[in-house]
Design a protein. Structure first.
Length: 92
């Protein structure tokens, strides 16, 4: 796999949740905690290579990039939430 694909995929996985948090602000705290726990849970699942017949037609790199994208997206969305609390535009 060329270096370009992982850079693009993980760059989008990092910047997309930051943009969503900027536009929509942080939601309830427990949703962000659940997203971090889910990201860690997905990351520690053993390698699916050869165990799921439906993944046989999809390339191995595609599976790894998809799992990585989900983990990075959920992790950044959950961990960056405290930086985006409050309402934008309203001053006290």
């Amino acid at each position: 796999m060329k270096l370009g694909w992982p850079v693009v995929v993980f760059g989008i996985a990092f910047l997309l949740p930051l943009a969503l948090l900027y536009w929509h602000r942080a939601k309830a705290w427990y949703l962000h905690v659940i997203s971090v726990l889910l990201a860690v849970g997905i990351a520690v699942i053993p390698d699916p290579k050869g165990k799921l017949p439906m993944l046989a037609s999809v390339g191995e790199n595609t599976v790894y990039l998809t799992i990585g994208f989900v983990c990075v997206f959920l992790g950044v969305w959950g961990l960056a939430a405290p930086l985006f609390r409050g309402t934008r535009g309203r001053r006290a």
